[in-house]
Design a protein. Structure first.
Length: 393
């Protein structure tokens, strides 16, 4: 059978060649999250799952009020009509003031809607709203927390454990910034969640204690406005603080075609220092010169090998096995490298040339693929006879 002049790339199967691996992600860039107040941080692209930068992302943290993202999404998914009313009882509010929990301000006898309570969870970070939702949906906080942990298990959050709905300190109430990012990545697929957690202010329906409706302000947006932080692309998120957890923040942003999720934790700077907002501003400013880029198109020619035969040459095109899209700095060029030789002499037998194709930007590897290219045998029968003789003698 006559050999075609264009041969398709052969990707080396991992099971057959255990010493050959493939990497389809850029190295995390530590410079994006360096120098932050927060001890733990992660930034990823929600659409591509690319981890852009991380810092202690798998270390155990206390999430404080970032917990309320899980409280909210479980409540949203559990209630079919968000305009149902919930009567606030003494039991729902019991102990909150003694625990120094942040509250939205609902009072016994008020009848807010479920939507009002969700805004109370998100904007002023109200533990009273969390308790009201838990009792309304599950009959108790403990039962509702079981739903939260079930959802965490469904999302693969194996290093997360919830003990309450509001994020109050408990040694068994913990997570990691990576798993908080997983949670937020899931949450922002829900339109209701996005609307609530990106809102700057809200007024509830009329309440017994607030006949004109209770006004609420976002802890994030009020801080941004008060301090004049520059937050390019910022959409919304959830803050958290306890003295043990430090300042925490989970947020999302859209910038230069990227859908970013950031989580920071344990900025130990005192109660009134908005170091978590400062960190988000720092990261987003650094990301202004990044963009989503198509590094490879499927079947794009990434390398050519010229095979020299006795009477003619043959060109083999090495093609990309897939399309690769990554977020990268826009002001740095990328380099494509292939260790397979550009020219070879045909031999007595067909053979495979093994090598690596990579795309780099500075010192960082953006893409790497181990591969093999099939090199055909010498076409000339006489030339093959000469090669055979040489192999003998």
């Amino acid at each position: 059978m006559k050999l075609k002049s264009l041969l398709k790339i052969l990707i080396v199967p991992l099971l057959l060649f255990a010493d050959m691996t493939s990497v389809h992600a850029m190295d995390s860039d530590p410079s994006v999250t360096e120098g932050l107040y927060s001890d733990y941080a992660i930034l990823l692209d929600a659409q591509t799952n690319q981890v852009i930068s991380e810092r202690g992302a798998d270390e155990r943290i206390y999430p404080a009020s970032m917990t309320k993202m899980m409280t909210a999404i479980v409540a949203i998914e559990s209630v079919s009509d968000l305009y149902q009313t919930v009567t606030i009882t003494d039991e729902m509010l019991d102990g909150l003031y003694e625990m120094n929990a942040s509250v939205a301000g609902f009072m016994t006898g008020d009848s807010p809607t479920v939507l009002d309570l969700l805004y109370g969870v998100a904007l002023p970070s109200g533990a009273d709203a969390c308790h009201a939702l838990a009792y309304y949906i599950s009959g108790s906080e403990e039962s509702f927390v079981r739903l939260m942990n079930q959802k965490a298990a469904e999302l693969g959050m194996a290093n997360t454990s919830f003990m309450n709905t509001s994020g109050l300190d408990d040694e068994n109430h913990y997570t990691t910034v990576r798993e908080m990012a997983v949670l937020l990545q899931y949450c922002i697929q829900n339109e209701t969640f996005c609307d609530i957690f990106s809102t700057a202010s809200y007024v509830t329906s009329p309440l017994a204690s607030y006949p004109g409706g209770m006004p609420m302000s976002s802890t994030i947006w009020s801080t941004v406005d008060s301090y004049g932080y520059y937050m390019p692309g910022f959409i919304g998120g959830k803050t958290g603080f306890t003295y043990i957890a430090g300042h925490c923040l989970a947020y999302w942003a859209e910038l230069n075609g990227m859908k970013l999720i950031g989580v920071t934790a344990h900025a130990d700077t005192g109660m009134y220092e908005p170091s978590h907002i400062d960190d988000a501003s720092t990261v987003l400013v650094r990301m202004e010169n990044w963009q989503r880029s198509v590094l490879l198109e499927k079947d794009q020619v990434i390398h050519t090998v010229t095979v020299h035969h006795k009477k003619s040459d043959e060109t083999i095109e090495v093609r990309a096995p897939l399309t690769e899209v990554l977020d990268i700095p826009a002001d740095e060029s990328v380099q494509m490298n292939c260790t397979i030789p550009a020219e070879v002499n045909a031999g007595l037998h067909e053979e495979k040339l093994y090598g690596n194709f990579s795309i780099t930007q500075g010192d960082r590897v953006l893409y790497s693929e181990d591969l093999a290219v099939v090199i055909p045998r010498e076409k000339s029968g006489f030339a093959r006879f000469v090669l055979w003789l040489r192999s003998i003698f």
